[in-house]
Ligand binder design. Structure first.
Ligand code: EPZ
Length: 443
């Protein structure tokens, strides 16, 4: 079924109480493939990205690339071929089609400014897990010499040729770091970015840009230095596997007392997750082709957890992990330090019987931006609790997968609405759940 058809399927009925066992395959990460696709717009040469997951966020980027006058097509064996021999800003009214759908459009500024000196960006979308401002993006583009007009519904930018600059981010933002990489790589001169994000997805983008001819060094203390070049060539790259999806399946295995082999999962970009998973009573076996996850003993163990930027515990791992902790013995504490609104999914869990209390206080060691901002960004979870089936509306991508875990753990039947949000980042989620013997029915 195409993604377009999948995104029309919006309700999933799940019967709980079964142990999930079997194998799933994770391909290119939702949070790196679309950025690699944007990098392909920096050259008129042909580019190939392999290990592509057929997810909605990739489809959105394909549509954007075509709307920008370039070609993109899926080739055999889960690969994409992109050739941006021509790149033209789409008319303003056409940008609306991409407004409020994902965060990616703002990253097309770099290629558009480098090749045309002009860019228009619609209002952004993405999961509602906090304000998600773009002030860092605007500041770094101005620092690189872009003239920016801020309109109610879009940004318009102009630049003859961006110039290198010394930039320090107020927070190691993944998106803003990607913005600097994609905008400075063809700028005139050297850009030094301090307090940069260094997630594996950032390294994957740097690897792609290096293949294209860029000169980028990752120095100590989160400093990235980019030496602007005059031209970039095409690339052939195998996308990083999705460590966020892999961790979601791990939490599902432990929560349902099942056993799941995640083909494609790689230990090196999951080290922090694997440590926390083991501390919580999860078990795993690492092989060359993937990682198998299960619950080590009869019970899971409560623990204290704080999310942070890499190499800390990823904020995107937090939601599936929290569901797993509802099945752990004792009181667990989670301090979410990356997004102020990432516990929006908790209320629905409570309707399923979860014992979770949210706090505005920072319940952890990490000094956090939300300390005095009335943000419910710490949680205390009592377990183990018996969950009962419920009717739930999915709020965001990772919260959505967490509800699937909860529904599969719960006694009785659950009905999940807004399933299409999950297709944004989890390829073939229905087929994968069926392969693991989940009792599910689409509506
Ligand atoms: C990326 O979002 C990911 N999305 C997120 O994954 C991920 O949670 C996040 O990085 C952190 O790792 C994609 O890559 C498409 P940020 P991004 O800029 O780049 C604040 C998922 O579920 N901030 O690192 O938008 C921001 O509000 C998604 O796969 C500003 O204040 O994240 C947040 O508190 C969810 N101003 C913090 O920085 C800005 O201009 C981190 O955001 C930009 C960000």
């Amino acid at each position: 079924m195409s993604n377009a058809k999948k995104s029309q399927v919006n309700i999933l009925d799940i019967k709980g109480g079964c142990q999930l066992e079997g194998e799933v395959f994770v391909r290119g990460a939702k949070n790196t493939v679309p950025k690699n696709m944007v990098a392909a717009l920096l050259t008129s040469d042909s580019c190939v990205i392999k290990n592509i997951a057929h997810i909605v966020d990739v489809d959105i980027m394909c549509d954007m690339i075509e709307a920008l006058g370039s070609n993109v097509r899926f080739t055999r064996n889960h690969s994409l071929q992109i050739s941006a021999s021509s790149l033209a800003q789409m008319p303003l009214e056409q940008t609306w089609a991409f407004a409020n759908k994902s965060r990616i459009p703002i990253l097309t500024c770099g290629p558009l400014l480098a090749r045309n000196g002009h860019a228009i960006v619609p209002a952004l979308g993405g999961c509602q897990i906090g304000d998600r401002p773009i002030d860092f993006h605007i500041e770094v583009l101005k620092a690189l010499g872009a003239r920016i007009e801020i309109h109610d519904t879009h940004l318009e930018m102009f630049a003859n040729r961006l110039r290198g600059a010394k930039i320090r981010l107020p927070y190691p933002s993944v998106g803003a770091t990607e913005q600097v990489l994609l905008s400075s790589v063809l700028a005139n001169g050297v850009t030094e970015l301090s307090n940069a994000a260094i997630e594996p997805e950032i390294m994957d983008l740097i690897a792609v840009l290096q293949k294209m001819g860029a000169i980028i060094s990752v120095d100590t203390h989160r400093v990235i230095t980019i030496h602007g070049v005059d031209k970039l060539s095409g690339f052939n790259h195998k996308a990083l596997p999705d460590r966020l999806e892999a961790a979601s399946w791990a939490c599902l295995a432990a929560a349902t007392k099942g056993r799941i082999f995640v083909r494609g999962a790689e230990q090196m970009n999951m080290l922090t997750f694997l440590n926390a998973f083991r501390q919580a009573g999860g078990a795993f076996e690492i092989t060359e082709s993937g990682i198998e996850f299960w619950r080590a003993d009869k019970t899971l163990k409560a623990m204290a957890l704080e999310t942070d930027v890499h190499p800390g515990f990823m904020t995107d791992w937090q939601q599936p992990f929290a569901v797993m902790l509802t099945q752990a013995n004792g009181l667990s504490v989670i301090h979410e330090t990356v997004y102020e609104g990432r516990f929006g999914y908790i209320e629905a869990f409570k309707s399923m019987g979860a014992q979770i209390q949210l706090y505005q206080r920072c319940l952890g060691q990490i000094s956090c931006r939300f300390a005095n901002r009335n943000a419910l960004h710490s949680a205390v979870i009592a377990g183990p609790t018996t969950l009962r089936g419920a009717e739930i509306h999915i709020p965001d991508l990772r919260g959505g997968f967490s509800y699937i875990i909860a529904a599969l753990v719960a006694n009785g039947a659950s009905r999940l609405h807004n399933i299409r949000l999950i297709h944004r980042g989890y390829e073939n989620i229905i087929e994968k759940l069926r392969a693991l013997k989940a009792n599910i029915q689409e509506e």
